[in-house]
Design a protein around this ligand. Sequence first.
Ligand code: AMP
Length: 447
Amino acid sequence: MTFSALGLSDELVRAVTERGYTEPTPVQAQAIPVVLSGGDLLAGAQTGTGKTAGFTLPILQRLTASAKPVTGKAPIRALVLIPTRELAVQVEESVRDYGKYLKLTSMTMIGGVNINPQIQRLKSRVDILVATPGRLLDHLQQKTLDLSHIEILVLDEADRMLDMGFIRDIKKILAILPRQRQNLLFSATFSDEIKNLADGLLNKPAMIEVARHNATAELITQKIYPVDRERKRELLTHLIKEYNWHQVLVFTRTKHGANKLAEQLNKDDIPALAIHGNKSQAARTRALAEFKTGKLQVLVATDIAARGIDIIELPHVVNFEMPNVSEDYVHRIGRTGRAGSEGEASSLVCIDEHKLLHDIERLTKSEIPVVQVPGFEPDPRIKAEPILNGQNRGQGGGRGQGQGRGGQGQARTRAAPRTGSGPSRTNAAGKPAARAPASHRSGGYNR
Ligand code: AMP
């Protein structure tokens, strides 16, 4: 399968070839013909599958094909709504890059930066607008934005938008768009809320669902490092120094945890910065830029802040704390081993997190190998405590009495017999595979 065989123009094929893509990913192979035909689309695809090009390429082609000569200011014709600022910046970069041999123009509209340059930019031609919902509404309120000629709407990472509480904003935006338009909805998961949104938005959509990125299974080496709650930072420093890890993306559950960890790593002489929603856009962009060039060794992020990070060949992802929502584990580790390169996803798991680990393994239908670092064996006297600030409050406690300590002093894998009553798999058998509704999923998080 080639990009030309999908019906893309020479200009677009040239741009993707220069970017190093030799063949379409599964989501691209399925989405591109649908979008080119003008139909609505409901796509189950997460970051890392190549979905951005899946909608960007055919949109560029459609807008070029139907471009009318305009006198005066041309209207905005395509709107791409994105949950996070970083991702919006990256999507718009992709629009420009894929469209570099075409005459279309694009713009990023995000919060956290001065609105005036955006108002100025809107006075000249914008064909494709890539926006986060909040700032877009600011512009609408100030009447600096006209969306009355939108022909194509994309809701990217719709599940994240709902998790982040954007549903009302989205509804307000939908209400002012022209009724006649093409709609594309991308989501990694399909809760009832997403289904409702899709029902109200899409007109006889084609439905595609691509498997989670192949890389998850094939190119990402996953490891569990059992450790006591209070010794996680010490173990992380040990691993980074011992194995000389660079470009390490570390996940914490909370903003406070991210800040604290970054500070502590700096004290251990490991250059680290935290990014999360409380940081200014400028600070986030700077941290990301330094991380991408390798100047910054560790970036500590919360799930939402990390959502838009796309660094090819990111070698290490660390779950400093296990996510409360199992799907987030898949998103997190999807940051490594991307686009064909190998990566390592390491999880530091303390006794409080056995239940979370168990849920993740059930979701991913895999058993993640356990590696015990000598000197960091969990103290069997330490009891599980409930995880505060998370939905597992009251559930995490009393689940286990300690991780088995097989093969003391050397790496052991799951094949080793487990002692104690840690995250036993057999306990899980027969339990219904429940997935928390979206409305609960972000509850209690301080992300
Ligand atoms: P996305 O899911 O859109 O965030 O894309 C994930 C990563 O895959 C990005 O780094 C893209 O540059 C890359 N990518 C997208 N399409 C292809 C392709 N056809 N071949 C190789 N890499 C790709």
